[in-house]
Design a protein around this ligand. Structure first.
Ligand code: C2E
Ligand code: CA
Ligand code: CA
Length: 535
């Protein structure tokens, strides 16, 4: 049975513990949850006292830190790891990269990095087998110390992992400003919350990491459910009891020989032309453009027919006439309001964009429901471009434009043209429509052909009175008709009027169309030649 050592006992035994090997290293593998292969391991310090038994870091590390002994302990760990790696290389066992923890007190010691580098050289270990883990809150001396330490480690080509992301202080900007190579997300800080807020936070962090092109490792993973969840949101690297507790050096060397290895790869292979990371910086030009200039825009992922929105700007919301909070839409459904047919159009466009690597365009209709206006149908034109991909997930940038008005207008034109054509197909029928707000008249093509009218006649009906199509004696009556139509006094009008200089009798009819409020909107006119039987 172990018994926790007091501060006094720890301090008394420290020197001896370092020399005798009471302070030693255990190793915990890091695994790719998709392939089951090992991508690395973390070195974790242990202290086994002959009298008191096993001591754990949470108890003795704070004591060592407080008494300025932690650097010596950490260097001892680093040396033990180098020895282990050296032994492997000697025996032709290919090791995995082992990460060693760096205390925030090590960072203050400006020669610490040089010291580990000297040890590495002494054991002749290729730097690729040694990673360093540190937390972004490591520094008591501020961000600059962390940043300088990172720089120095990078100069020596060490891969540096940001430990304990999600522990509370982590922020996006730190992630971006400090160029950590790997992010370690600790599940224990978010335990039991997979479906709720914790899940949303984890998912957002994983997405951010992807955007920064930084691999992410979930640690403290104890259950298959957690591991599968992490995989589902795009984080495949796992460290935790699920795969293995920290094991002795001997066990670890066995594991390295039994389990296949693979290197860590970034979460998302971003297309190089675009520095997507900048999108997360609120002050970057990209964000400025994203928010202010490009119009409605969204960034979303696509995987096996499913889409997930990562980010939208304010104008996107406006284009989609949405009343929901931007945040609600992230993790929301990009197929919002689309029926099956439109969904297929959209997905086909994504597939085209994947194949062509060019911008592809589609128009899709959606039924939107807003608190103020109720249900409405809108047409969205999407300009879609693929900006990144992994094995089976794609990242898209999409600009959207609400073209509902344009579409409706087009449909109306199409409708009226159809009407005109129908009217004209019946011999001797002329048709036109008058916009009562502007008094613009649109003639049918027979009118244009036979009466030499332009496609739009302004200030109707004056031009056709002036050119004699409507003879002077009927001019006032015809003007009065239009005044009545504008005021909505009548819904139908008709009379036989002799038209053109030839005074050919035509049956002239008008039908008024009102808008949804009952106000006069358009007048549809027709003139049918009066044939003998009508007389
Ligand atoms: P850490 O760097 O976050 O290390 C991960 C800790 O999580 C380890 O605890 C590990 O045993 C534990 N862990 C791993 N998988 C699971 C899991 O599935 N569930 C749970 N509940 N825990 C899991 P450990 O070894 O007790 O170390 C605690 C902390 O002490 C470390 O946290 C690290 O901050 C510090 N530490 C450990 N070794 C060293 C070292 O050599 N140098 C320095 N400076 N700090 C060290
Ligand atoms: Ca660690
Ligand atoms: Ca950690």
């Amino acid at each position: 049975m172990s018994k926790r050592m007091t501060e006094q006992e720890l301090l008394e035994c420290f020197d001896k513990a370092i020399i005798s090997g009471d302070i030693f290293v255990t190793y915990q593998p890091k695994i790719n949850h998709i392939t089951g292969r090992m991508i690395g391991a973390e070195a974790l310090m242990r202290w086994k006292d002959a009298e008191h038994g096993m001591q754990y870091p949470s108890d003795f590390i704070p004591v060592l830190e407080k008494n300025d002994l932690i650097s010596r302990a950490d260097l001892a760990v680093f040396e033990l790891v180098c020895k282990m790696l050296h032994g492997c290389l000697d025996r032709a066992i290919t090791p995995v990269p082992v990460s060693v923890n760096m205390s925030r007190y090590d960072i203050i010691k400006t020669d610490y990095v040089d010291k580990i580098e000297a040890i590495r050289k002494k054991y002749d270990i290729p730097v690729k087998y040694l990673h360093v883990e540190m937390t972004e809150t490591s520094s008591i001396g501020g961000m600059e110390l962390v940043s300088n330490t990172l720089k120095k480690l990078h100069e020596y080509s060490y891969i540096v992992e940001m430990d304990d992301f999600g522990s509370g202080y982590s922020s996006l900007n730190i992630l971006k400003d400090l160029s950590f190579d790997v992010i370690k997300l600790d599940m224990r800080f978010l335990s039991g919350e997979i479906g709720g807020r914790g899940g949303t936070i984890i998912s957002a962090i994983v997405q951010m990491a992807k955007w920064l092109d930084t691999p992410i490792i979930a640690e403290g993973v104890e259950t298959m459910e957690q591991a599968d969840y992490m995989k589902s949101i795009g984080c495949k690297y796992i460290q935790g009891y699920l795969y293995s507790k920290p094991v002795t050096e001997e066990e670890f060397i066995n594991k390295m020989q039994q389990i296949e290895h693979e290197p860590v790869t970034p979460a998302l292979d971003l297309i190089s032309a675009m520095d997507a990371g900048k999108f997360w910086d609120p002050k970057s030009m990209e964000t400025l453009i994203f928010n202010n200039f490009v119009g409605g825009a969204a960034i979303f992922t696509y995987q096996n027919g499913n889409c997930e929105i990562l980010r939208v700007n304010k104008k996107y919301m406006r284009e989609l006439v949405m009343n929901v909070d931007e945040q609600e839409l992230i993790n929301g459904d990009p197929f919002y309001g689309m029926d099956e047919e439109n969904r297929i159009i959209f997905i086909n466009t994504l597939e085209r964009a994947i194949a062509s690597k060019e911008e592809e365009v589609c128009d899709t209709w959606r039924v939107v429901c807003s608190k103020t206006c109720g249900e409405d149908k809108i047409c969205i034109r999407s300009y879609i471009r693929m900006i990144g991909k992994t094995d089976n997930q794609y990242l898209f940038y999409s600009m959207v434009q609400n073209i509902t008005a344009e579409k409706i207008h087009y449909n109306e034109l199409y409708e009226s043209e159809r009407r005109f054509r129908f009217a004209s197909e019946h011999a001797n029928v002329y048709a036109w429509e008058v916009d009562l707000a502007t008094m613009k008249m649109h003639p049918c093509y027979r009118c244009m052909r036979d009466l030499k009218l332009p496609p739009v006649v302004e200030n109707y009906p004056e031009p056709v009175i002036e050119n004699g199509i409507f003879p002077p004696e009927y001019a006032d009556m015809y003007r009065q008709w239009h005044r009545d139509l504008i005021q909505g006094k009548v819904d139908n009008l008709e009379a036989v009027i002799p038209l053109t200089v030839g005074h050919v009798p035509f049956h002239v009819r008008y039908t008024l169309e009102r808008d949804e409020n009952g106000n006069p909107f358009k007048a549809y006119g027709s003139a049918t030649l009066v044939v003998d039987e009508e007389k």
